[in-house]
Design a protein around this ligand. Structure first.
Ligand SMILES: [Zn+2]
Length: 83
């Protein structure tokens, strides 16, 4: 089951984790083709800080997303004590 709620700032669906966001993307029409939608973190002023699906916001690039994702994953590993 995909767990999501509505972001108070953007009105988009917000996902708490990347697995759910990816699963939701997979359920969209173009999702399976590596297509139009990206998973990105909501970093708007007042945003939820969780994950949304969509076209990249202005100023975002795939390189930036990748950097942030890697930073996220490193932080998660630290939280789990995997160093
Ligand atoms: Zn949001």
């Amino acid at each position: 089951m995909i767990d999501w709620y509505t972001c108070p700032q953007t009105g988009k669906r917000a996902y708490k984790n990347r697995k759910d966001a990816r699963a939701a993307r997979g359920a969209t029409k173009n999702g399976g083709t590596g297509g139009a939608l990206s998973v990105y973190r909501c970093v708007e002023e007042g945003g939820c800080g969780d994950l949304h699906l969509g076209h990249l916001p202005p100023g975002e690039t795939r390189a930036k997303l990748k950097n942030r994702r890697e930073a996220d994953e490193a932080r998660n590993r630290r939280i789990r004590g995997e160093s």
